[in-house]
Design a protein around this ligand. Structure first.
Ligand code: HEM
Length: 514
């Protein structure tokens, strides 16, 4: 891994650092079922299966089409529509709706104590509903076996995948009154955790699974679990480890079932030390401000004695012409309870220099004890973290707004003191289309403009783009990246906006321009 990698960084921060708030939507996965509180983790896992369940030889799979198919009888259930509502604020350029569906399955399983399943991003949102074909509890064993074969799973794997799904949640009375004749939720097993109790309850009893001991016609779990003489379910009941590793494999295959032509990227693993929220901007005073947060991630990383120092080189020198290019962090935050026993400690920096001196790269030193003895260097694998000061953000003149048909104004500053000619200054804006559940991208050319709230400086000229959009949407988030071509090479700024993050431009609220 080498920083920066906009797509990787976004997903890593989404999945492991839980920065966008997505992973915080479900409540803590408690041990005992109460029969009334729905499990969001269960709803999310069922959503993933229902999206995948219509896959057929490279057509369909995890493609988000489930959210166009909620009126079908095979997709009855408040859990699926709740999931759609929860997901629509989290769509982004780097996490499509089907990526959210897959990530939600991964997050749900591990939040409830199940295995860690690798997450590979890259799924593409469907444009419309696909074929039907989600198995229903009234189906025969032959119909179910054929359906799982169409999805890419053998008869034995069918037993596994159903057991892995039905270790969470249960059957809701309002949606399945013939199966759950009471009220609330009839749980599949005696815990809300992702554990092998779905098998121990079934083999050793007492069984509470309403798809095993309910009306015979809807006892689909009984037909499926018993289809190999209970060999598979006995192996799960005998070994929590077998259940866990089988589920990691089968749910992993389920979420990676994607249409032909979709290429998933490599699994996103957490990075132990990484810069985040990097932002180089021209300030109102005409100076350059570099903001960055250093994240330290892993089990037990929180250490209040640790001292992290930012160091940088200015643009004309591989070191520091002024001799004082170091800074202490301005704030520290930590999160002791991230998934899979991980923790996070973050160090935020903000340094301001003249536009003439500027920056060319930065790196960090980390003093674990704070005594100057055990100091290590974090320098991006040797090459330092690069700073591109040719195209720079101008927050003082970038904001969400409503002017005619425009919803935002984005201003960038382009370095003007070099020999290289600039062309093609543009802003790529991403809108959350909460109807199509897609991230809609538009590229808007920026034109030479002014930044009236900034003192003039000789090193930069300003380009402004007005972003057109539907001003009737008041609760979507705008993300954007700006870029410019210098000497034939495209230079792209950081992803700005975030998703529900502090740097987001929320359309409908205007930021200050002063
Ligand atoms: C023959 C195949 C299957 C049938 C007939 C079936 C049937 C059902 C039914 C009737 C419910 C109750 C839904 C509700 O009340 O909202 C349910 C819940 C659930 N199913 Fe399945 N299912 C099957 C396979 C799977 C698979 C393969 C998975 C995932 C790997 C899965 C995951 C879930 C989960 C997590 C729930 C709980 C949802 C909640 O509590 O909100 N199911 N299933």
């Amino acid at each position: 891994y080498t920083w920066p990698n906009l797509a990787y960084d976004f997903v890593e921060e989404f999945l492991w650092l839980e920065l966008t708030g997505f992973a915080g939507i479900p409540a803590v996965c408690t041990a005992s079922p109460d029969g009334t509180t729905p499990s969001i983790q269960a709803q999310w896992l069922r959503t993933a299966y229902h999206d995948m369940a219509t896959a057929n030889a490279g057509v369909g799979g995890i493609d988000g089409s489930i959210f166009f198919e909620l009126d079908r009888a095979e997709n009855v259930g408040v859990g699926l529509s709740n999931t759609k509502t929860q997901f629509k604020n989290h769509i982004s350029k780097y996490m499509s709706t089907p990526d959210l569906i897959a990530a939600a399955a991964v997050i749900s399983v591990s939040q409830c104590g199940g295995p860690s399943i690798p997450f590979r991003p890259g799924r593409v949102m469907a444009a419309a509903a696909g074929p039907s074909g989600v198995p229903v509890p009234e189906g025969t064993l032959a119909q179910h076996t054929a359906a799982f074969q169409r999805q890419g799973f053998t008869a034995t794997e069918m037993i596994g995948l159903v057991a892995c799904g039905h270790t969470l949640g249960g059957v809701t009375a309002v949606d399945f009154p013939a199966i759950n004749t009471g009220s609330g939720i009839a749980p599949f097993d005696d815990t809300r955790l992702f554990d092998n109790h779905i098998a121990t309850n079934y083999i050793q009893g007492p069984n509470i699974n309403p798809l095993v001991g309910g009306p015979a016609v809807t006892d689909s779990d009984a037909r499926i679990f018993g289809s190999d003489g209970n060999v598979t379910m006995k192996s799960f009941a005998a070994s929590a480890a077998t259940f866990s590793s089988t589920c990691a494999t089968l749910i992993g295959r389920m979420i990676n079932t994607v249409p032909t032509g979709v290429t998933l990227r490599d699994p996103v693993v957490p990075i132990a030390f990484k810069p985040r929220d990097y932002l180089l901007s021209v300030t109102a005073a005409g100076t350059l401000n570099l903001q960055v947060t250093a994240d330290i991630f892993g089990p037990s990383v929180i250490n209040n004695n640790r001292v992290v120092t930012l160091r940088w080189a200015d643009r004309q020198s591989s070191t520091c012409a002024s001799g004082v290019c170091t800074a202490s962090s301005i704030s520290t935050t930590s999160n002791p309870s991230l998934r899979n026993g991980n923790t996070l400690q973050s160090y935020k920096f903000s340094v301001t220099v003249s536009a003439a001196a500027s920056f060319s790269s930065f790196w960090f030193t980390v003093d674990e004890v704070g005594n100057g003895v055990t100091v290590t260097t974090q320098n991006n694998g040797g090459g330092n973290y690069p700073v591109d000061d040719l195209i720079v953000n101008v927050p003082a003149y970038s904001c969400g707004m409503f002017t005619g048909a425009n919803i935002a104004r984005i201003t960038t500053a382009v370095r003007a003191d070099g020999a290289t000619q600039v062309s093609g200054v543009s802003v790529e804006a991403m809108f959350q289309n909460q109807v199509a559940m897609s991230a809609d991208l538009t590229t808007v050319a920026a034109s030479l403009g002014t930044a009236p709230f900034i003192s003039p400086i000789p090193q930069y000229v300003y380009y402004t783009a007005l972003i057109p959009g539907d001003t009737s949407f008041s609760c979507q988030y705008l993300n954007y990246e700006f870029s410019a071509i210098f000497g034939g090479v495209v230079h792209t700024g950081p992803l700005l906006g975030g998703v529900c993050g502090v740097r987001s431009i929320r359309i409908g609220t205007s930021c200050s321009t002063t």
